[in-house]
Design a protein around this ligand. Sequence first.
Ligand code: SF4
Length: 152
Amino acid sequence: MLPTRTALSCLARSCCINAAVTARGMQQLGLLFALEPALRHLYPEAEARAQAAAHYSAHSNTHPYMLPFYMGLLLNIEEQVAEGKLPSNALDTVRRAGLCVTDTNLMIPRKSVTAILGVSDHPVKGKLAGCGHCVLRTRCEYRKRGKTCASE
Ligand code: SF4
């Protein structure tokens, strides 16, 4: 886990995400600037840090409200890469999956959608468990059959 000071430094820098927007790379420079304290912590050696920074040289564009969440995802993966738990190309999954974004922010292949889902290493309990918060709870086909999506 990143030290609090480093994480807060990244968060503070995330406010500058749109300070260096370019037509081709969009927020790539701002994202790298925001992630730089964490990369400096995770990769003390200059060469390893430069290689990690190169992962962010491609196009990047997100809504500033979503940026802390997005950075959290990236840094979580980056920490695991630095610890050797994930391969160095783990952040390249989008390209490996065959998805890319054009200069005009069009996702290729067309009609591609992105989504984020959570995976837990322990059973989810309490208010978040069950159907109480699910948008499908009033018309769910599983529940009509007396089952849940977790049981099938
Ligand atoms: S069983 Fe149906 S209502 Fe419950 S969480 Fe799954 S999809 Fe939602």
